[in-house]
Design a protein around this ligand. Structure first.
Ligand code: OSB
Ligand code: MG
Length: 383
């Protein structure tokens, strides 16, 4: 497939309710979409960078610049036999995994359409359906949080994850556990604590959490290893993991017992697959994290999660939990058993609603491969 054209678009999409983590709240999402064209068809990827550099260092605007000035030029006009070769083509650019993933994943989608197979099969997925959990933002009232949990359990979700930060943690967890003694419960701190809080975090052992996600610094391995040695709750790393080598180092150092794989953070389907394969071999559970994606990112997450290493429920949930109207058709729905069936049609398994995307677009740049120099052109030069 020769990559003939790449489009970058920014759309604005409003969440049904604000989503609050330890690093801030968001309601109006700015989402960067990448569309890659070849042979008369196109594939879509979503950049999962947030509006500000508060989760990891990338933002939607840094990703746009990286794509425009460095990554798109490396791909345009290139003949790509398989999307799996893309990380090597982009290797000269350091970091910027979310920008790279948006581009690589668009080509994975394109390739799945060209080959006429579902994307999840192309990336190596074997599961017929994926187990789903929900991530609940920090709430101003405990009553409200308890009602939300009740509601998500009734909808069938298999794991509840609560966002926490200092002051919004132990007392909340105690009440949630009192009300729901047996549910599968986890917490995510998004780096809100330091090793000085070790004794405080040790007290969470009493809550029998499935895991504690990224309690310490966003780029750390060592402090997490020291914390894990003191607590019995398994630590799950999110922000700290950017590639297979990092995942191996973290596991071998004892910094975590679980890994959250996010497609954007690890740079795309190719690296995500490598990490899940190694973790499955090493008996490290992995699960798919979310970045409050639109339907395009959500569909890629579903495809990734059908690989056999993804044994714990992920943060991939129904479109309607986030959006009044998604940008794919049908929207992502979750069964009463808390699962999403892997779609069986070629490509993402969901149609991209291009007219709706057009309406939501606030910025659009198009990049075309220069036409091939024509061998006979000199015959037409003036004598
Ligand atoms: O740490 O998992 C996280 C959203 C934004 C930034 C970081 C995180 C999250 C979530 C969202 O937890 C989960 C979802 O998309 O449902
Ligand atoms: Mg997280």
């Amino acid at each position: 497939m020769k990559i003939e054209r790449i489009d970058l678009r920014e759309i604005h999409l409003r969440l049904r309710a604000p989503f609050e983590t330890s690093f801030g709240a968001v309601q109006d999402r700015r989402i960067l979409l990448v569309e890659a064209h070849a042979e008369g068809i196109s594939g879509w990827g979503e950049c999962t960078a947030t509006e500000g550099p508060f989760y990891i260092s990338e933002t939607i605007d840094t990703a746009w610049i990286m794509l425009r000035d460095f990554l798109v030029p490396l791909m345009l006009g290139k003949d790509v036999e398989s999307a799996r070769t893309i990380p090597a083509m982009l290797a000269a650019v350091r970091g910027n995994g979310m920008a790279k993933a948006a581009l690589e994943n668009a080509v994975w989608h394109l390739e799945s359409l060209a080959r006429g197979v579902p994307l999840h099969r192309l990336v190596g997925g074997t599961l017929e359906e994926i187990p789903c959990g929900v991530s609940l933002g920090i709430q101003s009232s405990l009553e409200r949080l308890l009602a939300m949990i009740e509601n998500e359990l009734a909808a069938g979700y298999r794991r509840i994850k609560l966002k926490i930060k200092p002051g919004k943690d132990e007392s909340v967890l105690r009440e949630v556990r009192r009300r729901f003694p047996h549910i599968t419960l986890s917490v995510d701190a998004n780096s809100a604590y330091s090793l000085d809080h070790a004794a405080h975090l040790k007290a969470f052992d009493d809550f029998h959490l499935l895991m504690m996600e990224q309690p310490l610094e966003w780029d750390d391995i060592e402090h997490h290893a020291r914390l894990q040695a003191q607590i019995s709750t398994p630590i799950c790393l999110d922000e700290s993991i950017h590639h297979l080598r990092g995942a191996q180092a973290a596991v071998e150092r004892g910094a975590c017992r679980v890994i959250n794989i996010k497609l954007g953070r690890v740079g795309g389907h190719t690296e995500a697959s490598r990490i899940q394969t190694w973790c499955a071999h090493s008996r490290i559970p992995v699960w798919c994290g979310g970045m409050i994606e639109s339907g395009i990112g959500r569909a890629h997450n579903i495809a990734m999660s059908t690989q056999a290493g993804f044994i714990w429920p992920g943060d991939v949930s129904a479109s309607r939990r986030y959006w009044d109207e998604d940008i794919i058709e049908p929207e992502v729905e979750v069964t009463a058993r808390g699962t999403i069936p892997a779609p069986q049609t070629p490509g993402l398994g969901y149609e991209v609603r291009e007219r709706r995307i057009e309406q939501l677009t606030v910025r659009h740049e198009m990049f075309s491969a220069r036409p091939e120099p024509v061998a006979v052109a000199q015959d037409f030069l003036p004598q």
